[in-house]
Design a protein around this ligand. Structure first.
Ligand code: C2O
Ligand code: CU
Length: 488
């Protein structure tokens, strides 16, 4: 299937899958395939896709180059790249290269970093990715609807020396709200939903299709790149009978470790790369379950073993640790410290009155009338300020950092809801959660906050410009959980 071969990431897999031959991990890697010499050309345009499976009607979607997920972009670390985006939608758009530490002008936030790309026009993004890893791209204009209708794709920056695995696979997960007739449910931006968990859908796809089973050979070791491209759905993935090992979070290698309680937690916009040893029995099937929401667990897919005998007797003992990306280490002794408090939403109205008249200053928002969540005002705030929509000119930064400074941010979630908080332009070292230090030397661009969580992160403010910081539950972003950090 076209979709499958596009998303089989490793060159070895692509070359050999047809012949049914799996190579031993000891073989030297083939030379990496680089981006097309003149760069990528990507059209944002309407199309149709078999989201609900082959025997259900196709869905009208918006896509990058006609497929869901959009064209897979593969880049090489340290090599300049050029991506031409053509807008064939009937509305303005932009592209945000989520997680890439790139120059501010290439960040894709309309008004703030570039003018929106009008229908029929195009825009060239040019940058040199400094980090290898698993990233993704999506619009930053009318985000709730554009992402919700399918505009999203994976972006892989290749390592120069990848870890030895038999196959390198991408699982691009997305959540859709489909109608009976197979269409995308209209009415984006329901205010009640925005004040709660956001637009959680009813259909989860894996690489754009019904979650069909993936087939494996016993003994195989695979790298699975998991991307959660959902608008709002948090996922907690359990691999029945298997022990996934997390090796990369948000594109940044960490110390290899098993997930807490055996469950891979994946908030919207997060990526986790796992190494999975297929230690099950030939001919058997193992469920892969998402049980994040109480009482709403479902089978995402199955690991299906073919009948062949194990390809190795004991699990591979090749190292799983990847070389680190060149991230600057924050200097804790001199770091400045700031607190960002997340406020609002249903069930925490008490926190709102204290925000008083500080809301919506600087022309960021229309008037704040009465309580949050009532009328047309914002529902969420950060430090008492609500920026809503997709980002635009005139946003006053919540904080300004001198370039090169080390910064510790204390993120306090005073709300009753989960928030994956995304920082543009930087990766952040996660120091502690609720007073307990976070092990495995993890860096993230999207930090998932449970209700009432307090998380400390640190980074060097080395990338100049105005950068968005927002919740990646897109309804939350649109309704106020967003701000700007300036590095000057
Ligand atoms: Cu992935 Cu501001 O977004
Ligand atoms: Cu949120």
């Amino acid at each position: 299937m076209k979709r499958e071969s596009q998303y089989r990431v490793s060159r070895r897999g692509v070359l050999r899958a047809g012949a049914g031959v799996l190579l031993a991990a000891a073989l030297p890697p083939l030379p990496a395939r680089s981006a097309p010499p003149d760069g990528y050309r990507i059209a944002a345009a309407p199309a149709r896709a078999p989201l609900a499976g082959p025997d259900r009607p196709e869905t009208d979607v918006w896509t990058y180059n006609g497929t869901v997920p959009g064209s897979l972009v593969r880049l090489r670390r340290g090599e300049p790249t050029r991506l031409l985006i053509e807008n064939r939608l009937a509305q303005e758009t932009t592209v945000h290269w989520h997680g890439i530490r790139l120059p501010n002008a290439m960040d894709g936030v309309p008004g703030l970093t570039q003018p929106p790309i009008r229908p029929g026009e195009s825009f060239v993004y040019e940058f040199t990715p400094p980090d290898a890893g698993t990233f993704w791209y999506h619009p930053h204009a009318n985000s709730l609807e554009q992402l919700g209708r399918g505009l999203a794709g994976a972006l892989i920056v290749e390592e120069r020396e990848p870890i030895a695995v038999d196959r390198d696979l991408l699982w691009f997960l997305a959540d859709w709200r489909l109608t009976e007739e197979g269409g995308i449910a209209p009415r984006f931006g329901n205010r009640m939903e925005a004040a709660m968990s956001g637009r959680v859908g009813n259909t989860v796809t894996l690489n754009g299709g019904g979650s069909e089973a993936e087939s494996f050979r016993a003994g195989e070791r695979v790298r699975l790149r998991l991307v959660n491209a959902s608008l709002a759905r948090v996922m907690g993935l359990r691999f029945e009978g298997h022990r996934p090992v997390i090796v990369v979070v948000d594109g940044q290698p960490c110390d290899p470790h098993e997930p807490e309680a055996g469950r891979v937690l994946l908030g919207p916009a997060m990526r986790v790369d796992i190494v999975l040893d297929l230690e099950g029995e030939p001919g058997r099937r193992y469920d892969l379950v998402d049980d994040f929401y109480d009482g709403l667990s479902y089978r995402l897919t199955q690991l299906v073993y073919d009948e062949r005998p194990p390809m190795r007797e004991h699990a591979s003992d090749a190292p799983r640790e990847l070389p680190r990306n060149p991230l600057p280490e924050p200097d804790m002794a001199s770091a400045e410290r700031h607190t960002l408090t997340l406020q609002g939403g249903m069930m925490s109205m008490g926190g709102i009155s204290s925000m008083g008249g500080m809301m919506g200053g600087g022309g960021m928002m229309g008037g704040m009338h009465g309580m949050m969540g009532m009328g047309g005002g914002p529902v969420w705030a950060i430090n008492g300020m609500s920026m809503a929509g997709d980002g635009h000119a005139g946003m006053k930064p919540a904080l300004t950092f001198q370039r090169g400074r080390s910064v510790v941010l204390v993120l306090r979630n005073e709300t009753a809801w989960w928030h994956p908080m995304h920082f543009h332009g930087h990766s952040l070292r996660v120091l502690s959660r609720n007073g307990k230090s976070v092990p495995h030397r993890q860096w993230q661009d999207t930090v998932l906050m449970a209700p009432k969580d307090v998380v400390e992160v640190a980074f060097v403010a080395d990338n100049p410009g105005d950068w968005m910081l927002h919740c990646h539950v897109v309804d939350h972003q649109m309704s106020g959980m967003m701000t700007v950090l300036r590095v000057a």
